[in-house]
Design a protein around this ligand. Sequence first.
Ligand code: FAD
Length: 555
Amino acid sequence: MTPSSFWQGRERYTVFDTQHGDGSRVAALVEAWRRDPARPAHLHIVALTEGLLPGFHRVPQDDDAVTLDLLCVPLETALAQLSARIDFAYVHGVQGAGFARALARLVASDAVLAADALDDNQVAALAAQGFVFDEDKSGARFASRKPRQPLPAVPPRHAIVIGAGLAGCAAAQRLCARGWQVTLVERHPQAAMEASGNLAGIFMPLLSKDDNIPTRLTRAAYLYALRYWDSIGGIGRAIEGAACGVMQLARDAGHADASRAIAAAGSTPPEFAEWLESQEAEALLGLPAPDGAWLFRQGGWARPGSVCAAMMAACGERLVTHFGVGSVTLERVDEEWQVRAADGKVVAQAPTVVLAGGAASGAFPQASQLPLSALRGQVTHLDASTLPSLPYVLCREAYLTPAANGLACAGATYDLDADPALRADSQQENIERLQALVSNPEAGRDAPLQGRVGFRCVAPDRLPLVGALPDFEAAGSTERLRDVPRHPGLHSLLGYASRGLIWAPLCAELLAARLENEPLPLAASLVDALDPARFVLRARRNSRAPQSSSQDFLA
Ligand SMILES: Cc1cc2nc3c(=O)[nH]c(=O)nc-3n(C[C@H](O)[C@H](O)[C@H](O)COP(=O)(O)OP(=O)(O)OC[C@H]3O[C@@H](n4cnc5c(N)ncnc54)[C@H](O)[C@@H]3O)c2cc1C
């Protein structure tokens, strides 16, 4: 039994494979798909693998009509955390029979199963879930009496994206790649003039001892971003920047001890994150690194504006831009959304809107109850010839980028005020941190006031908000995310805080996959952690609990 015998004429066909192995089965499947004139419009392959970092990995393919997800998790986790409707399952090398129920939950009503050497218990468990086997037990058809919940309808493929920063440009690209018409609306005459307008943003993963949700999410976003940027031209080529590596100095002896413990656990291959003791780090850096350092070899810096440009270029003709229209507003009219300019003129109308307005998004009444803060940041631009030349981006509490066009960027401050002007006290803060970073009290001294101010859009848990916007007014006493009422067709890509470069590709991909009812690129628990409706549930819990004054976004 092979998928090609069943996929004819389908819009989308999803194959699940319990064993990616050397990849030859996936390669053969894609080849068969390519050669078949009756192939489904979209082939989605989800395969379990070993040898990658833990988690779900969406691997961009040359052809947008093929999607490959490699899941480096145990089978039970994969089946419990996967959001997908499986049409064909290869079951190989599986232990026990406990997987049968979880697999049955995910398969389509006419799904097909191909299996190797199932034992009697496994056959019985699958049969009990509704799989009807061939005589030789190598294949089965799903024929459950319980009807499957129909998937929600895919909306007409036209979206308005508000905001042409990293979030909005990535949304436009991932939607255009799926055949959507996208109208990208921006108040400024060009893309990337707000938070995404910095000369350099750095990208690197986040590590933690307990591999908590932010760490897992950041890892997934970082790894997806590295692959994604390659697919749209690459850092240092289409995208201005350098994948030169990031060296993160340990803050103190305690941080170094915690880092050693993470390194000793052996879950960080050196190309991802390598712990270096002081001498090794200093030899590579040419500067003091008294407590040791992490080296993230695939990390680096990029100019966010050039990432936006590369993403817009990859959209092709399906993208229409309306830039320089001033601050728009949003109104629901006849089952669609109207985006209007300040003079009331309709700029665009569509059933789907993606709100990617960054720190200014609270001005939209539909988003005004989200607990988002605009966190000021000032970066200092320095004449690079006055600074040590760096082989890597260097960071600790602050960062310093290697020279590009004669300038190095040092930053950035975290301020609670709304002052858009460059300030001497913020510059002083950056310079003092820089001096500590490079162990030189003269570095950057007397530098002219030069740099840029931007505003990060930050949620209390510092995680992005990806998905349909909750309707706070209508929420009632809802207890579960899936029961929270939403504004129909209104989605957010917000809250990218200090990691917009890496959040943008994965969050856009997640949103686009949801709109298309595709298998999702992240484990369900991580998808939930990004759901904007989490704040509806938290607001309810907080209203029942004693009030806390903590502002954890500053942690
Ligand atoms: C000082 C500083 C340093 C940073 N350093 C890094 C770093 O090293 N690495 C990293 O990854 N990230 C960094 N970030 C964060 C990163 O810049 C942001 O996360 C990212 O740029 C956010 O992108 P965005 O598209 O959400 O928002 P923005 O880039 O702000 O885009 C939102 C767009 O929406 C438009 N808009 C808003 N409201 C309306 C409206 N009503 N009508 C029309 N248009 C509207 C705005 O004009 C804007 O262009 C830094 C941020 C700052 C401020």
